[in-house]
Ligand binder design. Structure first.
Ligand SMILES: [Zn+2]
Ligand SMILES: [Zn+2]
Length: 908
């Protein structure tokens, strides 16, 4: 063998076994050092024309360790990227990371808490210094882990949501939206997390059932002088601690119980405040008592009622969840403690009508799991309703497609009901809001570059908003900000719009929807089209083998790096990719991981076998279809053509698991199990014509499998091209051409496939008889094949048939009449028959003796069993199920005896 031009160990040999740890890192570095992850074919027309194919990597969070979800993301996107690169597209997989604002902020706060410090103790600058140190080390580790998974991303283009270029994009977007009136500042009821001490958006709130109660409270009706009368109106509430903030009682004007009270007043029992009783159609007559306490400062429905009736908004809660001075005697008390006190006071005052236990859904912060508090707060908002219009249209018109398509309806429904998006966060880690307030004139300056003076009055007394932006604001710009927007960069021109956005279905609203909205807004005049991508591919979650969600608390988290150590990266990728289907969750099992490792080994061993057979002077050029003589050569190349066609169609439909399965089955079940075995017989007889076919199929299988299992395929392929250089001159499999259906179409040969199927059936038929009759594996048996239409094929492959069936002499005859009918075991197949003379299967005398002995034993068993059941005492005393079991035993023994007698009679 010649020396491979290799990323390999430098050895010309293939080691007897494949060891991923010896190969993966070396091959990865070799690819990267040669720039093979970079897009390389920018021409859009002319002889070298290439279509762009771009995937922007969903930025992994900086917080955690790599988990199997990441490993699936990387495997899927890398498979798509490698496939398109091999199709000859101008392929870019652009990597990046997300700053995960709230999550990272919380980590740093926990670090500080361990030192008995708060962020306010250290101050904003020191806090951010600490955060950057954490982020930089975490970022390096995450990207290193992506390399271990084989990610062929262009690392020189790596983006970070907090780097300088992305900051420009964030500020530009904010300013444009502000200038267009699509970002505004308003005091509204928001979801407040007392743990994160920040506002959070609606979709960051998760609802869970919590046991609670309906406290029925009597509010006195006031007389004309605002004094309490003996008349009461009863309201039912789940949050009595908000009673001090009540500003009205609302009833439905259609409700005959209360209609006459509208216009009168009631008295808040905790503080004696006099509040109006109002009529509002939003009050549900059947809910609770039909009378609603209205607390606009602490409930979203009440807030809207308050807006309609011009009610006062009272906020009684501090940001840390304690009550403030407006709560009167409850000032300084934590919210749930305050609930207990209010209830106790109402009971003491005789104002509690009754308490009904009641379990109801309560909003929790997605991150800290704390119960979320609706609070009135001055925040920045994006007018999502306006932005949603074009984003709905882009999907409805088919410009953007979802895989699987059922998610289009989920998306549209959510977008049609979207509410304005609260984008300001009261934390320090993140993009600081590019807004400056003036102490002199109240003007708000929104700027791209930090201003030194107020835009309104020119005064220098300006200060920047303290808040930062929701993390998803910057990741919403990802498809264009990563390519350099707002600069008019070459990358933007070359790669925007991108093709595929591949992500998990559980972040459609957080991320996919916002990318579509913000991209359509920022890129609305883009000549190549404003949509950020044309396909949204949504993968499912990876679950533990029992179907449970993996979580640290369950202790069932699988560490991908550990699996790589056990099964190799290719083995892990196989396990993940063979189980994935669009939009569906999958379970990861040891069986699939082992199947992945086994496939790596089988590829290595089968290729090694083929390569070692090749001798100097072998003609390795694949013959034209017409020059192929042997049926098995015509068959395997025809099958390769079909499989290539199938895989191409499957990958175009994102059915990666099925494509992988077909490639694997072709390689293993057809090529390795049959073709190599058939070819061996010819080669042993001195026939060298199988060599180019063997080498060609190995080469094509490596190409077909490369996107899924990049390392083992590249390592082997380097040896293949050392023997037969690539037709297109590629020196690495990663940039070699993927098998094209058209190129192989001429090799489709239905006749050869039919004949080979018949040959396989003959061999299997003989093997089955041997197994059934327990013929020694090494024993040669005489056999007849009634070949019918496949006579020519069987005859041409006689030596191989003899070997594979271990049958000699092997008679190939045309009709059943040409085979003996006495003293043979026969199996009828769809393509013909096989018949094995009994005398050849074993030593008849010894077999007769063995069977006779077994017949005697079986007779004894039947007798004993019959005697037991004939015993009246046993039958009357034993429980019915025991008797039934014994009867079954007798029936089994009789069946066995009959079988043995028949076998004995058969050999005479
Ligand atoms: Zn929280
Ligand atoms: Zn000013």
């Amino acid at each position: 063998m010649t020396t491979p031009t290799t990323p390999a160990s430098g050895s010309t040999e293939m080691a007897p076994a494949y060891t991923p740890a010896d190969v993966e890192q070396r091959v990865y570095e070799w690819w990267e050092s040669r720039g093979l992850f970079k897009p390389s074919r920018p021409e859009r027309s002319g002889p070298n024309a290439a279509q762009p194919f771009t995937i922007i990597m969903p930025p992994p969070n900086l917080t955690g360790e790599l988990h199997l979800g990441h490993a699936l993301v990387v495997s899927l996107q890398d498979a798509l990227t490698r496939w398109h690169r091999m199709l000859g597209d101008d392929t870019l997989w652009l990597p990046g990371v997300d700053h995960a604002a709230i999550a990272v902020n919380a980590i740093i706060e926990r670090q500080l808490a361990a030192e008995k410090l708060s962020r306010h103790d250290v101050g904003r600058d020191a806090f951010l210094d600490r955060t950057w140190t954490f982020v930089n080390s975490s970022r390096a580790r995450i990207m290193e882990q992506h390399r271990r998974l084989g990610a062929s991303a262009d690392w020189e283009r790596e983006a970070f949501t907090m780097d300088a270029a992305r900051e420009v994009a964030v500020r530009q977007t904010f300013k444009n939206l502000y200038d267009d009136g699509l970002i505004y500042r308003a005091e509204r009821l928001i979801n407040w997390c007392v743990d994160c001490e920040s506002a959070i958006s609606d979709i960051e709130v998760e609802y869970e059932d919590e046991p609670g109660a309906f406290w029925h409270v009597r509010y006195a009706i006031a007389d004309a002088e605002d004094h309490p009368t003996d008349a009461n109106i009863i309201i039912a509430t789940t949050r009595p601690e908000t009673i001090p903030a009540d500003t009205a009682i609302a009833v439905n004007p259609e409700d005959p119980r209360y209609a006459h009270l509208i216009g009168q007043h009631a008295i808040v029992p905790t503080n004696g405040r006099v509040i109006p009783i109002i009529g509002d159609a939003a009050v549900v007559i059947d809910a609770g008592t039909g009378a609603l306490k209205v607390t606009p400062g602490h409930d979203p429905v009440d807030f809207e009622i308050g807006q309609r009736h011009g009610l006062e908004i009272i906020s009684i809660m501090n940001n840390d969840g304690t009550l403030n001075a407006d709560a009167g005697q409850y000032e300084g008390i934590e919210r749930f403690e305050a609930r207990k006190r209010v209830v106790a006071d109402l009971e003491t005052a005789g104002r509690m009508e009754k308490i009904d236990p009641y379990t109801h859904p309560v909003g929790h912060c997605q991150r800290s799991r704390t119960i979320v508090e609706p609070l009135i707060s001055l925040q920045w908002w994006v007018d999502a309703k306006t932005l949603a219009g074009p984003a709905i249209e882009a999907v409805k018109s088919g410009q953007i497609k979802f895989v699987p398509p059922r998610f289009e309806r989920v998306y549209e429904h959510w977008m049609e009901n979207i509410r304005d998006w609260c984008i300001s966060r009261q934390i320090w880690w993140g993009h600081r809001i590019p807004v400056w307030y003036c102490d002199e004139c109240d003007h708000i300056t929104v700027a791209l570059v930090t201003p030194t003076a107020c835009e309104g009055c020119g005064g220098a007394m300006i200060r920047q908003d303290e808040d930062t932006l929701d993390t998803w604001f910057s990741s919403g710009l990802w498809p264009h900000s990563t390519l350099g927007w707002p600069e008019d960069t070459d990358d933007l021109k070359r790669f925007y719009p991108t093709q595929v956005m591949e992500t998990a279905y559980d972040i459609i609203f957080f991320w996919v929807a916002r990318m579509i909205m913000l991209s359509l807004y920022n890129m609305k005049d883009w000549p190549g089209g404003a949509i950020p991508f044309d396909t949204v591919y949504l993968h499912g979650l990876v679950r533990a083998s029992d179907g449970a969600k993996m979580s640290k608390s369950r202790g069932n988290v699988i560490d991908p790096l550990e699996q790589i150590g056990k099964y190799g990266t290719d083995g892990l990728r196989f396990a993940l990719l063979s189980g994935t289907s669009p939009g569906n969750d999958q379970r990861i099992t040891d069986d699939r991981l082992e199947a992945g490792r086994n496939l790596s080994n089988k590829l290595w061993n089968a290729s090694r076998f083929v390569l070692t057979l090749i001798e100097d002077g072998d003609d390795l050029a694949l013959p034209a279809p017409s020059a192929l003589a042997a049926i098995e050569d015509r068959w395997i190349l025809s099958r390769l053509a079909h499989v290539t066609h199938e895989i191409d169609a499957l990958l175009r439909r994102f059915e990666l698991a099925e494509g992988l399965r077909q490639a694997r089955d072709f390689f293993w079940d057809e090529f390795a199990d049959w073709y190599i075995e058939l070819a061996k017989v010819r080669i042993r007889a001195g026939d060298r014509t199988p060599m180019p076919v063997l080498l060609h199929v190995v080469d094509q299988v490596l190409r077909l499998l490369h996107p899924f299992m990049p390392f083992v395929t590249e390592e082997i392929w380097q040896r293949v091209i050392a023997l037969r250089p690539d037709a297109d001159g590629a020196s690495a499999l990663i940039v070699a051409r993927y098998p094209k259906p058209d190129a192989l179409a001429a090799y489709v040969d239905d006749d050869a496939e039919r004949q080979l199927v018949a040959v396989q059936d003959f061999v299997r038929g003989i093997r089955n008889i041997r197994a059934e009759k327990r013929v020694d594996a090494g024993r040669w048996v005489e056999a007849y094949i009634v070949a019918a239409d496949a006579q020519a094929a069987a005859t041409s492959m006689l030596p191989a048939l003899e070997q594979l069936a271990r049958a000699r002499p092997l008679h190939i005859v045309a009709t059943a009449a040409d085979a003996p009918s006495e003293g043979v075991v026969t199996t009828v197949l769809s393509v013909g028959q096989v018949a094995l003379p009994m005398a050849g299967l074993f030593d008849l005398d010894a077999e007769r003796a063995r069977l006779a002995k077994q017949v005697t034993e079986a007779e004894g068993e039947v007798e004993r069993q019959a005697a037991k059941l004939g015993n009246e005492q046993f039958r009357s005393r034993a429980p019915a199920d025991v008797v039934a079991k014994e009867e079954e035993r007798l029936a089994t023994a009789r069946g066995r005896l009959d079988g043995l007698r028949a076998s004995l009679a058969e050999i005479g």
